[in-house]
Design a protein around this ligand. Structure first.
Ligand code: GLU
Length: 334
């Protein structure tokens, strides 16, 4: 008898468990935030956003805030970077992505790489950290400025990455093409540091937030690499010609053995979505980040300078998504 009761109750348990599983599975909505290489800051940004959202969702799912519970499940996989992310949002594959301010601008306006492929439904959510465009060179290559890259082996970045696009814009401004270098590679951001440390390349171009672990590795490995200055009239022309670029400095001492400031130009990392993503989802994502702001800022040292009032305008050229506006108005930020 006891046995029957035990097996009956375990059957009941399984039944109840599967019932609640189906309930969750039915109401849960999965969505994706496109990021960048696994060793970059975008990957951490996307995952920090998911973490904040899940943090707010826990109280709802544990019954503490009844009635708010439509469960969203967020993933932030590693990807090829800015332009890849925008392309996936356009195709409806990703709901959000992290993207450089220059590529946000070009995608929504149909310019540069986005000529003929304009994505008018691209929407901004907020901007995040600064991303100076950096050319890191190994010490023995003795590269001091852009002209010093002539005849060197240079990683221009994987297609789809923001740095690949920005490197090409810089090359255009400098009046050079790939033949200026001895050879070029198309390594991803996580492959390029190893290649530099192993002496397989002399330099790489990368737009990325600082400080970050991958650049510290480049500074401390056998390459003893450092970021070079990118200044002069051509770079000034880029900065004065576009709102999505700004002068940028990586202060000396940011990385081991970095004895001088590195002066360059840079962009902002931004979070983007599509007009076709629901107001509810964009509102919840925005709210989760803004209402857990101190915790969010602790997720990466590059977030140290973030301020809400700047995040809702700096580096944003696509219109704000209505879900984000709803939260900003409610919170008195707009
Ligand atoms: N800015 C880079 C890009 O758009 C990614 C930087 C990062 O992963 O932090 O491709």
């Amino acid at each position: 008898m006891k046995k029957i009761i035990t097996s009956l109750s375990s059957a009941l348990l399984i039944f109840v468990a599967s019932l609640s599983f189906t309930t969750v599975a039915k109401s849960a909505e999965f969505f994706t935030i496109g990021t960048g290489g696994p060793t970059g800051v975008y990957f951490q940004t996307g995952n920090a956003i998911c973490k904040m959202l899940h943090k707010s969702a826990i109280s709802a799912e544990h019954g503490r805030k009844k009635g708010t519970a439509k469960a969203y499940r967020c993933t932030a996989p590693s990807t090829g970077g800015s332009n890849y992310n925008i392309g996936q949002i356009k195709a409806g594959e990703f709901q959000f992505g992290v993207a450089q301010s220059d590529w946000q601008y070009h995608a929504v306006n149909g310019s540069s790489k986005w000529e003929g492929k304009k994505f008018g439904d691209l929407r901004a959510v907020f901007s995040v950290h600064n991303e100076p465009f950096q050319i890191w060179a190994r010490k023995k290559a003795k590269i001091k400025n852009f002209a010093g890259l002539e005849g060197k082996v240079v990683n221009i970045g994987n297609p789809g990455s923001g740095q690949r696009g920005t490197m090409e814009e810089l090359m255009k401004a400098m009046g050079v093409d790939n033949s200026f270098f001895k050879s070029t590679t198309e390594l991803t951001s996580s492959e390029q540091v190893k290649a530099l440390c192993d002496g397989k390349i002399d330099a790489f171009g990368y737009s990325v937030g600082f400080p970050n672990g991958a650049m510290e590795q480049a500074a401390t490995c056998a390459a003893k690499a450092s970021p070079i200055n990118l200044t002069g009239s051509e770079v000034q022309g880029l900065i004065s010609g576009a709102d999505y670029y700004a002068k940028a400095v990586i202060p000396k001492g940011t990385y081991t053995n970095q004895k001088k400031d590195a002066t360059t130009f840079g962009v902002k990392a931004t979070v983007v979505t599509s007009a076709s993503v629901s107001e509810e989802l964009v509102y919840l994502v925005t709210k989760a980040v803004m209402e857990n702001f101190d915790d969010f800022k602790k997720q990466h040292p590059a977030f140290g300078f973030l301020e809400k009032k700047n995040m809702i305008k700096d580096g944003l050229s696509a219109p704000l998504h209505p879900g984000a506006i709803k939260y900003y108005k409610e919170a008195g930020l707009m």
